[in-house]
Design a protein around this ligand. Structure first.
Ligand SMILES: [Fe+2]
Ligand SMILES: [Fe+2]
Length: 244
């Protein structure tokens, strides 16, 4: 019975981010509704053309964040596109559930596309590879069946949930530094908007993880081999997309 392990993994992803989440909510003076199901499209457009004056390291971190997250959401978009291509034909009853998660990924993808364009950050040099790999992963796992497709979601969202939490911790540190050093004792609206975007998307991904567990992900065979392989692939892709 592996479901308790999965749930505890998910809980660990959440618990490890609680302090970061608390600080973001505590520091936030603007109303940013934490609605996990309707990530606010206005967040991206609220960002200015340039981030406020930041250290070179902070600027480098933000560039990497937007580059890797755009690549990740591009991949997620295409994984669900591949799965939906198969399930619309082989299992129409599953199509609405896949479509719901896909719609959220389309929104995540567009948000980071907009941020990338706004801040003139080049996309990952491996973008063509991510496209082919993600589409292949989506089609391939869907052809293995519903359980394998859900196991794929468990693996991807576990890695991406942790990834977003790691980014949130750094963003919170940057916000605290801004509050310490700014003349008016406030953090920047721009950084806070970005942190809220990451937090909302993290919550969406964890909802996908829940959905996959509830839809028999653990019945996939061979579950461990499948999920560990996909997790390792995702971690490698994150590492590469941050740098290239
Ligand atoms: Fe996403
Ligand atoms: Fe997702």
């Amino acid at each position: 019975m592996r479901i308790p392990t999965l749930i505890s993994n998910r809980a660990r992803v959440r618990v490890s981010s609680l302090s970061a989440l608390h600080l973001i909510q505590h520091n936030s003076t603007a109303a940013q509704p934490p609605n996990a199901n309707s990530s606010n499209p206005k967040l991206a457009s609220a960002l200015p053309e340039k981030f406020p004056p930041l250290s070179p390291d902070a600027r480098k971190f933000l560039s990497r964040l937007i580059r890797v997250d755009q690549a990740g959401e591009l991949g997620a978009d295409l994984i669900y596109a591949g799965q939906q291509f198969v399930f619309k034909r082989s299992m129409p009853s599953l199509a609405p559930l896949i479509q719901h998660m896909w719609d959220q990924e389309i929104h995540h993808h567009k948000t980071f596309d907009d941020l990338q364009n706004k801040h003139r950050i080049r996309p990952s040099l491996f973008s063509p590879v991510w496209k082919v790999a993600a589409l292949g992963l989506g089609v391939g796992t869907a052809m293995m069946g519903k359980e394998a497709a859900m196991a794929c979601t468990v693996a991807v969202e576990t890695v991406i949930g942790e990834h977003y939490n790691n980014q949130l911790r750094v963003l919170v540190q940057m916000l605290e530094e801004e509050m310490r050093t700014s003349k008016n004792g406030r953090d920047s609206d721009e950084l806070r908007a970005l942190a809220n975007t990451v937090r909302q998307f993290r919550d969406d991904e964890l909802e996908h993880l829940d959905t996959a567990v509830e839809n028999d992900a653990e019945k996939a065979r061979p579950y461990m081999l499948l999920t560990e392989t996909i997790k390792n692939g995702c971690r490698a892709a994150v590492w590469l997309a941050e740098r290239f």
